[in-house]
Design a protein around this ligand. Structure first.
Ligand SMILES: *[C@@H]1O[C@H](CO)[C@@H](O)[C@H](O)[C@H]1NC(C)=O
Ligand SMILES: *[C@@H]1O[C@H](CO)[C@@H](O)[C@H](O)[C@H]1NC(C)=O
Ligand SMILES: *[C@@H]1O[C@H](CO)[C@@H](O)[C@H](O)[C@H]1NC(C)=O
Ligand SMILES: *[C@@H]1O[C@H](CO)[C@@H](O)[C@H](O)[C@H]1NC(C)=O
Ligand SMILES: *[C@@H]1O[C@H](CO)[C@@H](O)[C@H](O)[C@H]1NC(C)=O
Length: 245
């Protein structure tokens, strides 16, 4: 059978479009906070599963914070993701780690804390919404009682907001929380300005591949291969030309 050049051009065109279609745009963020969320992370309610790697699901809260859930510790907020070194800097605004640290496990992350130099004093208080929000430990609080974590070196003389409180104990509080991961290993791919994704047709093995979307600083993408290709629509023909220079 003789294959016409028209058929070949059409096939080429369809393969080109198929390849573009297969490259899902998996880069997103929570609001406009500037922290890019991309593979191996994905936002589980907003993006398809193939945008991420198992164990790396994130979510966005009402305040556009990026939330990672590490049961039983609770929900940490992600401040920064260093894709090259495969490290997350996280914070614990709910102070859930007062309940759990430092002995909790995560299957995907290696967790490191830097404890604050000073202890915090934990108070159990009856409800009073005039207290400074940065003292609150919502994760330890209950419906009827607020739990506060107050810098132990702070003089509590005359601190009216502690009047209806009982001191519970002193505890160092984790300050810097670093979560690092070793698998999938995409740091070296990221270092070349490219990105990882799940290798197609290897659903069972969870292999990744480094692919050629070039990442620019503002999170935009441009197609960067060693050849530049354009698709031209020829008005008098029923097919498209793919021109490469
Ligand atoms: C962490 O996980 C390991 C293995 O699953 C388990 O043996 C260990 O008890 C866990 N540690 C804590 C503090 O949960
Ligand atoms: C913090 O509290 C622990 C336990 O109560 C105590 O052993 C430690 O010396 C305290 N550290 C500081 C800096 O006060
Ligand atoms: C705080 O005190 C109340 C009353 O004594 C008690 O019911 C509650 O369990 C305490 N909260 C904590 C976290 O210990
Ligand atoms: C709440 O705290 C303020 C001082 O910060 C105090 O004047 C007020 O009486 C407290 N209210 C209750 C219900 O304890
Ligand atoms: C992918 O989506 C993000 C966020 O919606 C956007 O900033 C970016 O420009 C998109 N990239 C491409 C190649 O469309």
């Amino acid at each position: 059978m003789k294959v016409s050049s028209k058929t070949v051009r059409c096939l080429f065109y369809f393969m080109f479009i198929a390849e573009l279609g297969a490259s899902l745009n998996c880069t997103t963020s929570c609001g406009n906070r500037g922290v890019d969320i991309r593979f191996p992370f994905w936002i589980k309610d907003r993006q398809p599963d193939q945008c991420g790697y198992p164990g790396f699901a994130l979510s966005c809260n009402e305040g556009d914070d990026i939330v990672v859930e590490l049961p039983p510790a609770g929900k940490l907020h992600i401040e920064k993701i260093d894709y090259r070194n495969q490290v997350i800097l996280a914070s614990d605004p709910q102070r859930c780690l007062l309940r759990q640290h430092p002995n909790f496990n995560s299957s995907v992350f290696n967790i490191q804390f830097e404890m604050s130099k000073i202890n915090f004093t934990i108070f159990n208080c009856s409800l009073n919404n005039t207290r400074p929000p940065n003292w609150m430990a919502p994760c330890l609080s209950t419906v009827n009682y607020d739990v506060l974590a107050v810098d132990s070196e702070l003089s509590i003389e005359g601190k009216e907001s502690l009047l209806s409180c009982t001191k519970m104990y002193d505890l160092p509080v984790p300050r810097d929380i670093r979560l690092s991961w070793s698998s999938p290993n995409c740091g070296s791919c990221e270092a070349t300005g490219k990105q990882c994704r799940l290798r197609k047709n290897s659903i069972t093995e969870l292999e990744t591949e480094c692919y050629g979307w070039h990442r620019q600083d503002k999170g935009a993408f441009s197609f960067k291969y060693s050849v530049h290709c354009s698709v031209f629509i020829a008005p008098s023909f029923s097919f498209f030309y793919l021109v490469c220079i």
